[in-house]
Design a protein around this ligand. Sequence first.
Ligand SMILES: Nc1ncnc2c1ncn2[C@@H]1O[C@H](COP(=O)(O)OP(=O)(O)OP(=O)(O)O)[C@@H](O)[C@H]1O
Ligand SMILES: [Mg+2]
Length: 260
Amino acid sequence: MTLTMGAHTAKGTRTSAAARAVDVWKVYGSGEAQVAALRGVSVELARGGFTAIMGPSGSGKSTLMHCLAGLDSVTGGDVYVGDTLITGLSDHGLTRLRRDQVGFVFQQFNLLATLTAEENILLPLSIAGRKPDRQWFDAVIDTVGLRDRLGHRPSQLSGGQQQRVACARALISRPEVVFADEPTGNLDSRSGAEVLGFLRNSVRGFGQTIAMVTHDPTAASYADRVIFLADGQIVSELTAPTAEDVLDTMKSLDTLTAVA
Ligand SMILES: Nc1ncnc2c1ncn2[C@@H]1O[C@H](COP(=O)(O)OP(=O)(O)OP(=O)(O)O)[C@@H](O)[C@H]1O
Ligand SMILES: [Mg+2]
C-alpha cells in the first residue's frame, strides 16, 4: 500500500505524539465506594504507530482509552490529542474533538441496523455535514474489501464484515487516532485475523495511529508496541513483540501480582 493522502503527509511532518497522557489519574465514585481506575499513567501514542493495551480485567484499559479519547474526564493529569490539550476543553470543544479527531471501533460493532454498510461508513461525515473525499472512500473500501457489500444492512453481513464496516467508519474522517476496544472479541479467529490485518495495513499504508485493547496475545502481536496495565498503572512494555513474548510477559505479571 503506497497511497499517500495530503492530510497525512502534513500530519507526518509533525513530530509530536498523536495522543499523550501525562500523569493521568481517574477516580470513580467517592468515600467508601471510591475506585482509582488509573493511578498516574503517562504514555505517548507515537504518530503512525499501532499500540496494543493489555492487562487483567479491571486494570483500567477501557478507562485509559476513554480518557485519551475525550470520552471520559480525568481526575488529575493532562491528556493531549495531537497538539491539543483536551483536559480543559469545553463540552462543545470535546464534541468536536470526538467527531473530527478520533475514531472508535467497539467489540459489539455498534452499527445502525437500518442503514446500509455505505451509510454506516459515511455517518460520521454526514453528522459533521462534510462531504466524503471519494478517493479516500475508495481507498478505505478497497482496503477493507467491502466493495460488493456496500448496499447490505448489518443483518445481512457476517460478524467479520460488520467489524470491517466499523473499521472503515472509524477511518473515514481520517482521525488523529483510532481507538479499538477488543475489536476481535466477538469474532472467530479467521475474521479476527482479517480485521487485525486491516488495522495493521491502515497503520502501514495510511500512517493511521491506532490504540487497541485486547486480551489476545496473537492480536497484540499485530501491534508495534504493547503496554501492560495492572491496577491502574503501566507495569511493562514490549516493542515489536511476538505472541510468545506477549504470553510470557502476561505470565510473569500474573506471578508478580500473585506474590503481591
Ligand atoms: N463508570 C464507572 N464507575 C465506577 N467504577 C468504574 C466505572 N468504570 C470503570 N470502573 C472501575 O474502574 C476499574 C477499571 O475499569 P476498566 O473498565 O477500565 O477495566 P478494563 O481493564 O477495561 O477491564 P475489562 O478487561 O474487564 O474490560 C474497574 O475496577 C472498574 O470497576
Ligand atoms: Mg474494558
